[in-house]
Write a protein of this length. Structure first.
Length: 201
């Protein structure tokens, strides 16, 4: 399965925002400086295309997707008769790895993806190992008891129960989507409209 395996701090510095779901001291200090030998030099004025590209890269990298997969989601959203950016949000947020992360079962999307691929996640009591699986409203998503044997993870899961987004519900180590998410509810800094415009050129 294709995925980015390079330095993730470099991606965050390139976008100028924290896309790693966590902030370290070294990243916080260097976030405003682009990577590379000449990153500290004054930047040129960004063109309209450049703005669209950066927003697209930021959103794509936030969800840990490669270009082909992300483009597929945008094309699916564009074919819908509903609002393109709202459908794009719903497609991205309904990914199994993202739902596991949003439910507070993992500290990051990368960790959630690993849980899924290693067979630690079940949907309606059936093991699902495909991170891109689209979770449907009402389906029960849970993590295996074996994971909860890890004391650090158990403590994290217990403390994350109160931080759920409005369209999610959770009880112990099981949760579900109660409705489709809305764009305004998602804590992503990206401008979805610029992303749509990038692929409409």
């Amino acid at each position: 399965m294709a995925r980015y395996t390079g330095p993730k701090h470099r991606l965050a510095r390139r976008e100028g925002v924290n896309i790693l779901e966590k902030m370290t001291g070294s990243l916080e200090r260097r976030l405003l400086t682009p990577p590379g030998a000449h990153g500290a030099k004054r930047r040129r004025k960004v063109s309209e295309y450049g703005m669209q590209l950066r927003e697209k890269q930021q959103l794509k990298r936030s969800y840990g997707l490669l270009e082909k997969q992300f483009r597929k989601y945008v094309e699916m959203a564009q074919k819908s008769r509903q609002s393109t950016d709202e459908i794009l949000v719903q497609l991205l947020e309904s990914r199994l790895d993202n739902v596991v992360y949003r439910l507070g079962f993992a500290k990051s999307r990368n960790m959630a993806r690993q849980f899924v691929t290693h067979g630690h996640v079940v949907i309606n009591d059936k093991k699902v190992s495909i991170p891109s699986y689209q979770v449907k409203i009402g389906e029960t998503v849970g993590i295996s008891p074996k994971l909860m044997e890890n004391a650090d993870l158990k403590l994290f899961v217990e403390n994350s129960a109160s931080n759920l987004l409005p369209y999610l519900e959770r009880k112990a180590t099981f949760g579900q989507l109660t409705r489709k998410p809305e764009k305004e509810e998602i804590p992503n800094p990206a401008d979805y409209q610029l992303v749509i415009e990038f692929y409409s050129r």
